[in-house]
Design a protein around this ligand. Structure first.
Ligand SMILES: Cc1ncc(COP(=O)(O)O)c(C=O)c1O
Length: 389
């Protein structure tokens, strides 16, 4: 496909013969659901990010739910997170009967503002957990967030749905808080179609999440139909969920994991091309960068008042030029459910609102290559120039 003439989609998974063969092997094995392959995926993922406990789950949403449940979040508790996230980060707190307290993001960016977090924690009672979201794969200021959480006695659950593999000096994003949750949804850097991984260094939390992931059953039961030694017997000790990742999908994850470093290098190259191309644009600026950025998203920031048309026209112009885009995120506090529940206005979180109004997510995927990245950069410059005020 020629980058100059063909449409460049916003996202495209990178799946090869390895994934196809791994899935076929599972299909032919006679064991489709969670079993030896998912177990291996967990071990390999744990080794990759350097954590003692990794649990494969059917989505990051399930993983976030398990995390808060294991921490004992329930009615009367509060969970603090940013409105600049996807629906599930906040919804899981409500599933457990807890209330959500939103905290604005940093000016000019997408991650939790630790100055505001300090104010929120100082003025809010019964906060059981904070969920920092590493938006687009750029790690939050975890040092400060962990220090604040320690001071106010609350747990930290990292929403690392975008942040694989965000490698920093102190460890991978997702392994720094009490619990970290990764997503393998179809557009993520490594994918299983749908899926996720929950990590923790706390054996008690891992045990609880393992039990609740599988119907509240008190022991691993995946081999109960095939093992020559396992008993058919089991006990349901809690009203658990059904959040396991089947071997069919874990097989894809194992192959994707082997390619993760290469995927990251390719994304970095594209982000580098964009960063250089957008540095001097009169109408936009590059996505914020920082240590450990996984570049799951590349979020161009339009400069207010520089275009004679709005973002929709800019996005439409890019589409005509053959470039797919998206917008991350429509802040949760502007969504009817959250606005209604807590009486919120769009201006309640002005930085989240400003970032949302300015942002356009550009294509960034492994296999896209530098030539397509340069085509996108050209299309951005030309579309913006054509719409300049
Ligand atoms: C920030 C964030 N958190 C959580 C999720 C939920 O992930 P999943 O689709 O694996 O449930 C998403 C989904 O894209 C997300 O963007």
């Amino acid at each position: 496909m020629s980058p100059s003439t063909d449409f460049i989609p916003f996202a495209l998974p990178s799946l090869g013969r390895e994934e196809e063969e791994a899935v076929l092997a599972v299909l032919r094995s006679g064991w489709l659901t969670t079993g030896a392959v998912a177990l291996r995926f967990e071990e390999e993922f744990a080794a990759f990010v350097g954590t003692p406990h990794a649990l494969a789950v059917n989505s990051a949403t399930s993983g976030l739910h398990l995390a808060l449940e294991a921490l004992g979040v329930g009615p009367g508790d509060r969970v603090v997170t940013s409105p600049y996230t996807f629906a599930s980060t906040a919804a899981v707190a409500r599933h457990l009967g807890a209330e959500v307290v939103f905290c604005d993001v940093v000016p000019g960016g997408y991650n939790l503002d630790t100055g505001r977090l300090a104010e929120v924690l100082a003025s809010t009672r019964n906060v059981k957990a904070v969920i920092p979201v590493h938006v687009g794969g750029l790690p939050c200021d975890m040092e400060e967030i962990l220090a604040l959480a320690r001071r106010y006695g609350c747990a930290v659950v990292e929403d690392a749905a975008h942040a694989f593999p965000s490698r920093m000096a102190g460890g991978f994003a997702g392994t720094l808080g009490d619990i970290g949750v990764y997503s393998f949804y179809a557009t993520k850097t490594i994918t299983t179609g749908d899926g996720g991984m929950v990590v923790t260094s706390d054996a008690r939390l891992a045990k609880r999440m393992g039990t609740m992931r599988m119907h509240g059953i008190d022991r691993p039961v995946w081999d109960r139909y095939t093992s020559k030694t396992a008993s058919w017997s089991y006990s349901v000790v809690e009203a658990g969920y059904k959040y396991n990742l089947p071997d069919l999908l874990a097989a894809i994850g194992r192959e994707q994991l082997k390619k993760a470093d290469r995927f990251l290098a390719e994304r970095r190259e594209i982000a580098g091309i964009y960063g250089a191309a957008f540095r001097d644009l009169p109408f936009a600026e590059p996505a914020p960068d920082g240590p450990g950025h996984a570049w799951h998203l590349y979020s161009l920031r339009l400069k207010p008042g520089t275009l004679r048309a709005g973002r929709d026209e800019f996005v439409g112009g890019l589409r005509e030029a053959g470039v797919g885009t998206s917008v991350h995120f429509i802040p949760l506090h502007t969504m009817p459910y959250w606005a209604r529940r807590y009486g919120l206005e769009p201006e309640s979180f002005p930085e989240a609102l400003a970032s949302f109004q300015r942002t356009v997510s550009l294509p960034i995927w492994q296999g896209m290559g530098p030539e397509r990245a340069r085509s996108v950069a050209r299309a951005v410059a030309e579309t913006g120039a054509g719409l300049s005020a």
